[in-house]
Design a protein around this ligand. Sequence first.
Ligand code: 5GP
Length: 126
Amino acid sequence: MAYTYDPENIFAKILRGEIPNTTVLETDHALAFRDIAPQAPEHVLVIPKGPYVSIDHFAVEASADEIVDYMRAVGQVCQQLGVDLGSGGAGFRAIANAGSNGVQDVPHLHVHIVAGRPLGPMLVRD
Ligand code: 5GP
């Protein structure tokens, strides 16, 4: 089975400049912007610029340059928000939903950085 990327997904449109966003950080291979429906005082999405559906797709097929740049961007966003542990920040949650069981709505890899309040247990049982 191969990964299938839909170039009409909403984050692809954001990357092409067809839909506006509130950018927090842009690097060679990553874009970070505020979630349109924040779940906490800070809620930023970090996406790769390349056409990757999910974190497993990215981890398996992205180049080393893309992976390094993207992971550094995650760290830089945490620093920019002041939530990184390195500067004594109060922490955050990094979430990458994937596929139907992961309840991923947008099929372009995004790591949610959620912060600004205690976030409670990681998962709530139905
Ligand atoms: P998922 O459920 O795929 O992990 O998360 C998708 C996220 O994308 C949701 O938190 C949702 O609020 C956010 N989102 C959906 N459409 C847009 C949009 O057009 N702009 C922004 N900034 N965020 C969006």
